[in-house]
Design a protein around this ligand. Structure first.
Ligand SMILES: C[S@@+](CC[C@H](N)C(=O)[O-])C[C@H]1O[C@@H](n2cnc3c(N)ncnc32)[C@H](O)[C@@H]1O
Length: 313
């Protein structure tokens, strides 16, 4: 067990549904090889290894802090192999280093950020407290290392508008960007709380969303831009399914419509090419019970794709 000072902050989402899909295809005694492309705090890795004790998992995270947290949680389990890597950069070369030359049985992506990022990373992902506007999951994205501070303080206003509209679907974009530009002329916007206050003051109170913080959309949009999340997802949906063995399964849990659209269209294209099939007609959703016990799961959607087995040809 991890030592007493270690606190898990993230509850893995739709674990039962992920495992049940595997159990329809394999018995718990099978020796399987899995990739968890978004290891996070290792919740899904732990659950998979508990259900399939003879199996191994290669888990990735682009954030080295998360890799350390998962390793601690998993108590350096020899069946769990870690790799600090963007899931969109994973290739057969990485698998062959483990001797997994014929591919893997399962791939899981549980998109977005971990609760730890919001509550404890100190990188300004949350609109609460006062932290530097950073939002980088890793600092070396293809040689670029643009932080939320850079986006807000140096991008042309039209570009910030595009980001807020496209990634946040924020109706008050024009007003918010006007305020940002006016403010940065004299003083850079350095912290999450300064940005949150600017957003709050740009949206008349009667138009604040009833359940969410008024800055939620702007913060989501910034995070997507800083980490180029949609670019990496598109690439992964195109490339990773080809790492599956025949009969292998890829599952993706998404949390907003921009992500889900990419997964849906990407999977559909693969199915049209004949080597893959959908496992469910519609995305699976978390149960009422899960939403009650773990509210961040409420917007989750799980889509599953299977590589056709040779005997099915
Ligand atoms: C929702 S959390 C995963 C939680 C995990 N399933 C668990 O049970 O603890 C998503 C994780 O994926 C990581 N991540 C996001 N985008 C990534 C990418 N393109 N490549 C690798 N890791 C990524 C984040 O740093 C974060 O730790």
């Amino acid at each position: 067990m991890p030592d007493e000072e270690f606190h898990i902050t993230h509850y893995p989402v739709m674990v039962r549904e992920v495992l049940d899909t595997y159990l329809l295809n394999w018995s718990p005694e099978s020796k399987l090889r899995f990739i968890d492309g978004t290891g996070g705090e290792g919740g899904h890795v732990e659950a998979v290894l508990k259900e399939f004790p003879n199996s191994e998992v290669l888990f990735l995270d682009r954030d080295s802090e998360m890799i350390e947290r998962a390793e601690t949680r998993l108590n350096h389990d020899p069946r769990a192999h870690s790799l600090e890597l963007n899931f969109s950069d994973l290739t057969r070369h990485h698998l062959s280093e483990l001797g997994w030359n014929d591919g893997v049985d399962g791939i899981l992506l549980d998109l977005g950020i971990s609760i730890y990022h919001i509550t404890d990373s100190g990188r300004g992902f949350s609109f609460r407290g006062t932290e530097d506007l950073d939002m980088r999951l890793s600092r070396d994205i293809r040689g670029r290392s643009i932080s939320a501070f850079d986006v807000i303080n140096t991008y042309p206003s039209k570009e910030i508008e595009r980001i807020f509209y496209e990634y946040g679907e924020e109706r008050w974009t024009k007003k918010i960007v006007e305020r940002i530009v006016e403010r940065r002329r004299t003083n850079p916007i350095r912290t999450n709380s300064e940005l949150a206050k600017l957003v709050e003051s740009s949206i008349p109170r009667k138009f604040w969303p009833p359940k969410n913080h008024p800055s939620l959309r702007v913060f989501q949009a910034l995070r997507i831009e800083v980490n180029q999340e949609l670019f990496h997802l598109k690439k992964a949906i195109t490339d990773l399914p080809f790492l599956l063995k025949p009969g292998g399964i890829m599952q993706v849990i998404s949390f907003h419509s921009l992500e889900d659209r990419i997964v849906k269209h990407g999977f559909r294209e693969l199915v049209q090419q004949n080597d893959f099939t959908h496992l469910d007609k519609k995305p699976r959703l978390p149960s009422e019970e899960e939403i009650k016990t773990n509210p961040p799961s409420r917007s989750a959607k799980l889509r599953s794709l299977k590589k056709i087995e040779l005997s099915d040809d």
